[in-house]
Design a protein around this ligand. Structure first.
Ligand code: HEC
Length: 110
């Protein structure tokens, strides 16, 4: 019994480790990641690197660069509920997807 339990634990740990590391292969379909969500949901306005230079920015009178933002709660609130010309995303993205994309926005400033 003890051996069986250990084997299961090991398998679970391995599966978890694979889930964490299995994100880098460009040949497989892209797993949901903050960067992928940003490309799909944000880049058309904010630009691929968040510089505010997406193709739709001009039509809106500009979209802000996101690189200086540091407050995750504030970013989450704006993404969720929208602000001004920025559309709400609570019907387009799940809370988990919003968390991923907020984490990605926080990486944009280097
Ligand atoms: C249709 C174009 C559009 C899309 C799509 C869009 N945004 Fe925006 N976003 C804007 C505009 C325009 C503003 C400025 C809003 C205002 O008037 O304050 C803005 C503002 C923001 C702000 C606040 C910036 C600041 O300086 O306070 C954040 C953060 C933000 N967007 C993140 C995102 C993220 C993350 C996504 C993708 C999930 C996204 N946006 C998708 C147009 C867009």
């Amino acid at each position: 019994m003890i051996v069986k339990t250990r084997a299961w634990d090991t398998a679970a740990a391995l599966g978890f480790a694979l889930a964490l590391t299995g994100c880098g292969d460009a040949r497989t379909p892209e797993p949901p990641s903050g960067a992928a969500i940003f490309r799909q949901a944000c880049a058309r306005c904010h630009g691929p690197t968040g510089a505010g230079d997406g193709p739709e920015a001009a039509r809106l009178g500009g979209a802000p660069a996101l690189g200086a933002l540091r407050d995750a709660a504030q970013i989450r609130a704006i993404v969720t509920h929208g602000r001004g010309a920025m559309p709400a995303h609570d019907q387009r993205l799940s809370p988990a997807q919003i968390d991923l994309v907020v984490a990605h926005v926080l990486t944009l400033a280097r």
